[in-house]
Design a protein. Structure first.
Length: 549
């Protein structure tokens, strides 16, 4: 057993039927004891009966590592898992042995396994030959097991159980399913990812186990969608819903280097970000063998830091994708087509405390986006930068609702409004109404409204936002959605050509992105005498002076 007793008890806390940790250190007293108390435990079998070939090409006993115990325990809590992971965690090997054990000790099970290529899929069954050849002959005889079918697509046992390797299981009835590297599958052939949901998952009997695992592989594929569908699930999960499990490189005891490396300022900023995440409420499991813990505060070890330096030097911008410390970092790869992800992770600032300064005025910027969603950002400008102190969004409400939100914040929080920035379409008349939204807000009492000219080049405008990001601080306690947007606002994907278009994808993240873009284009954050990269001579017109609102 690789785990310490503390790790074992923590990972399996509250789960019925888990054997006592002492079982893994004791020897059976008799054949009867062995058969009744050891072989009957799936967790014991998983760590004692199977053989695999390691990276060096040697046959070794399979013993579950930390990450494998995490996913195994989560399956005991919920039947369907979607697993976002760093590289080399052994998850595919785990499910190969896990489901093979089910086939050996369960009758008439149909198990489906799918990888991102035919060669990779066929290699899975070859690895099972090793497990079979090195399995105890005595237990084979006790179970009455023989191989009934063996080829590149299936392995059948005499108890009626069969493990199949296919690209789709439509028309089948499955009791187990493992899909490896869905991100790669979806990028290589999006239609296979569609078939997974429409065909294969429908073949899986309800309540039986399914595992979909992958590295991130971008933000424009089925794995990304399924991951955030699982993360964003509200309420109790049904047996058909997926539970998200994230495996960070930080938990991996192999992610160390013993040779000291030169640490740069950029590296230190990354370490600070990782350690803030480590100590946040979003972390479910901490591998105490991997990180340092002093008085309840987790920090990276020197050997971990040296590993990061060496690994980032080797992988460059792919590091976060291959070795993410958090789910957000996993999808923040530059090649994903995101506009702000890398710059924000390197130069943006997030604080957990209230940023509002009562001595300064407050500016707002507005966007009426998709699905009638209104986004409002509340800003303050300091001599050394700009701060997003507050944020509000909603949909299906009239302008009076949003105007009253501003009044409420002025009353309860003391906001003193300087001006309000709107896109050009605020002056477009509403259907069936004689007045524009601008006119309706003016009638409600709003003043100091700044209306931007219509943009001729959104790409140029985005560059202005990028200029503002190093000066930007965001309050995480009120603006979490905007922070998420920084990693997800992306270019539109051209599926036919397999490239990104030079224009933004219009989705839920484009709404808060536009809100920020409008404030950036107002130039209210630019110190007098400074300039930002703008090609047009004038961006602001129709400035209406007035009272506080």
């Amino acid at each position: 057993m690789i785990l310490t007793k503390l790790q074992y008890d923590t990972i399996y806390f509250g789960i019925d039927g888990v054997p006592d940790y002492s079982l893994f250190g004791n020897q059976p007293s008799s054949d009867e004891d062995f058969l009744m108390n050891y072989v009957t435990s799936k967790l014991w079998r998983m760590n004692n009966l199977y053989t695999i070939i390691n990276k060096a090409g040697k046959r070794i006993p399979f013993v579950m590592n930390y990450a494998q115990h995490v996913v195994f325990s989560e399956h005991m809590r919920h039947p369907r898992l979607i697993i976002l992971k760093s590289r080399q965690r052994g998850i595919s090997t785990h499910y190969l042995i896990d489901f093979y054990d089910d086939a050996m000790f369960g009758d008439n099970l149909t198990i489906g396994m799918q990888s991102y290529g035919l060669e990779e899929s066929a290699a899975l069954l070859k690895r099972l030959d090793v497990a079979w050849d090195n399995f105890s002959d005595g237990i084979k005889e006790f179970l009455g097991l023989q191989i009934s079918k063996s080829n590149t697509k299936a392995l059948g046992l005499s108890n009626g159980s069969i493990i199949k390797i296919q690209t789709s299981f439509r028309g089948e009835t499955l009791q187990r399913l493992h899909v490896s590297e869905l991100g790669k599958i979806a990028n290589k052939n999006p239609q296979k990812a569609v078939e997974l949901r429409a065909g294969t998952l429908q073949a899986l009997a309800m309540g039986n186990r399914a595992a979909i695992e992958s590295t991130a592989e971008g933000m424009h594929n089925a794995f990304y969608t399924m991951w955030y569908d699982a993360v964003g699930h509200i309420g109790l999960r049904s047996l058909k819903d997926f539970k998200p499990v994230f495996l960070s490189w930080v938990d991996d005891p192999d992610c160390i280097v013993t040779i000291p490396q030169t640490i740069t300022t950029e590296d230190r900023a990354y370490f600070t970000t990782v350690e803030q995440w480590l100590n946040s409420d979003s972390v479910s499991f901490i591998n105490l063998n991997a990180v340092t813990c002093t008085e309840g505060v987790y920090s990276l070890s020197d050997q971990q830091k040296w590993w990061v330096v060496a690994q980032r030097r080797e992988l460059g911008e792919l590091f976060n994708q291959e070795y993410p410390y958090s789910p957000e970092a996993a999808f923040a790869s530059v090649r994903d087509g995101t506009y702000y992800a890398r710059l924000w992770s390197e130069r943006g600032t997030v604080v957990e405390s209230e940023l509002y300064d009562t001595a300064l005025g407050v500016f707002t910027s507005w966007d009426l986006g998709m699905n009638d969603t209104m986004e409002i950002g509340f800003w303050q400008v300091w001599s050394d930068g700009v701060r997003l102190i507050d944020y509000y969004y909603n949909s299906g409400e009239g302008l009076e609702h949003y105007y009253n939100i501003l009044r409420m914040k002025a009353r309860d929080l003391g906001y003193k409004y300087e001006s309000h920035v709107f896109p050009h379409d605020i002056k477009v008349r509403e259907l069936g109404i004689a007045k524009s939204r601008y006119g309706l807000l003016h009638d409600l009492g709003m003043r100091r409204m700044i209306v931007l000219k219509r943009s001729n080049n959104v790409t140029n405008d985005i560059e202005v936002v990028r200029t503002m990001i190093p000066k930007l601080t965001i309050d995480a306690s009120t603006c979490d959605r905007v922070i998420k947007m920084m990693g997800r606002y992306t270019k539109e994907w051209d599926a036919n050509r397999g490239v990104f278009k030079d224009k933004p994808l219009h989705d839920e993240w484009s709404n808060p992105a536009d809100m920020i873009r409008y404030f950036a284009m107002s130039k209210l954050w630019v110190p007098k005498g400074s300039s930002v990269p703008m090609k047009r001579k004038r961006y602001v017109s129709n400035v209406i002076d007035g009272m506080a609102l």
